[in-house]
Design a protein around this ligand. Structure first.
Ligand code: AMP
Length: 416
């Protein structure tokens, strides 16, 4: 079932959203992107004449009630965004009566799901090494089913619109789907958009396909690099991992970030790219600094010859040109991870060159997906988020999807 096919008139819908919004010390929302992201789904349900039960997690309360993470703090903001009054259920597992009384057009916001350990389904207060751990885990899985069943009992239909948690098999993201038949569970609009964006780069690929992987370490990106190696034409590796590759090839990388235990891995990636005919593009020069700070002294040098005490903090001018040339001619582009320490204004040029080339390619008809952690912050810093095809809302979920893993939150609905 798709959300567009379903008429919510007279129905109660329980919707899993990601309202894990950042709050300041006074409990004010500092970025409401996630609330705005869920609005199309929530409004469709209300406009159809349905009643809405909204559920989410916030922060990491670790299975305990903690007012710091109460969703009560955002009730008024949700009400304002929906332009409708919102009731609040102070205990998400004891909201049956409030749910029963909901009339079409009314909204009930449940308290933070993660106040219950059942949401995540992991036993608390017991070490993995403990001989009793397996039994505790089994017991918690049973409790998780009961918790999911309770949530399911509030509504006629389940909608999952929380891409950010789709890679977790939690009560509200996956287990709950078992209590609805195929005609009464569906992805929300935001989830549909995310799934389509991932399909564009993993299934319906228009060539050439260029993936740009940056960030700090090769070790955290290896799963994605390996999966992409079978799909891409150009693979640009940049950011901190540049120096692990340079050292593996015999270079001197000075004080640059370098994973000395991953040198062989870097050589394996180079060999694999060659064997598969993938054009692996690595940085040739860098902007090196004499300290890890915005105001340090800088010099441009070869990535193979960085002086003692200096560290590569951004892509150099020659590298920026090579990267931009590879990106400009592409028809499918994935960007994950900055090319330098973009948080420092003096080291944004590499990432900026990538962003500008992606924008240009997008104008020429390419599909461009930017996502996964810091690349989103980076494209936002440049004010270019609206000039690429899609900026993903899911950090870990997006990366796991690109690695080719099945996301439990999506599988629970689509049955794949
Ligand atoms: P990740 O979370 O792995 O995507 O890494 C993102 C982080 O990598 C950002 O905070 C960047 O500042 C950092 N980064 C990018 N290039 C470098 C570099 N050359 N040296 C140190 N950190 C870097």
């Amino acid at each position: 079932m798709t959300i567009d096919q379903f008429n919510f008139n007279g129905k109660k819908a329980i919707v899993r959203v990601d309202f894990n919004v950042p709050l300041d010390e006074n409990g004010n929302i500092t970025d409401d992107t996630r609330i705005r992201g869920a609005l199309p789904t929530l409004k469709k349900i209300l406009n159809d004449g349905g009643a809405l039960i909204i559920m989410s997690h916030m922060g990491k309360p670790k299975g305990k009630v903690n007012p710091k993470f109460s969703l009560g703090q955002i009730k008024d903001a949700v009400s304002k965004a929906l332009d409708a009054p919102v009731e609040f259920a102070e205990d998400c597992a004891k909201a049956a009566e409030q749910a029963r009384e909901l009339k079409p057009g009314q909204v009930l916001l449940l308290e933070n799901l993660r106040f219950y350990p059942e949401e995540e389904g992991k036993p608390v207060g017991i070490d993995k090494e403990d001989p009793a751990y397996d039994a505790a885990k089994k017991e918690m899985k049973e409790r998780q089913k009961e918790f999911a069943k309770t949530l399911a009992s509030y509504a006629d239909v389940y909608v999952n619109d929380a891409f950010g948690t789709a890679h977790r098999r939690h009560a509200s993201t996956a287990v709950i789907a078992d209590y609805f038949d195929a005609d009464h569970k569906m992805l929300g609009y935001l989830m549909e958009k995310e799934v389509n964006a991932v399909d564009n780069i993993l299934k319906d690929i228009k060539r050439p396909f260029t993936a740009i992987m940056g960030g700090s370490k090769v070790s955290t990106k290896i799963g994605i690099i390996e999966n992409l190696m079978d799909k891409v034409d150009n693979l640009i590796l940049c950011g901190g991992m540049t120096y692990t590759f340079a050292k593996a090839k015999g270079g001197n990388v000075g004080a640059s970030l370098c994973e000395n235990d991953k040198l062989q891995l870097a050589l394996d990636i180079i060999a694999k790219a060659k064997a598969k005919g993938v054009n692996l593009v690595l940085g040739v020069d860098c902007v090196a600094g004499d300290a890890f700070s915005n105001d340090c002294n800088t010099q441009i040098c070869s990535v193979m010859d960085i002086p003692e005490g200096w560290e590569g903090l951004d892509a150099g001018p020659e590298t920026r040109k090579i990267f931009a040339d590879a990106i400009r001619g592409s028809k499918t582009i994935l960007w994950n991870g900055p090319a330098g320490v973009f948080e420092f204004d003096n080291f944004t040029a590499g990432s900026r060159a990538i962003a500008d080339a992606i924008v240009e390619a997008t104008k020429n008809g390419a599909f461009s997906l930017v996502g996964g952690g810091d690349s989103v912050a980076c494209i936002n810093k440049f004010g270019l988020a609206d000039e690429v095809s899609y900026v993903s809302t899911g950090g870990g979920a997006l990366l796991e999807a690109i690695e080719g893993k099945v996301l439990p939150g999506i599988a629970a609905i689509k049955g794949e």
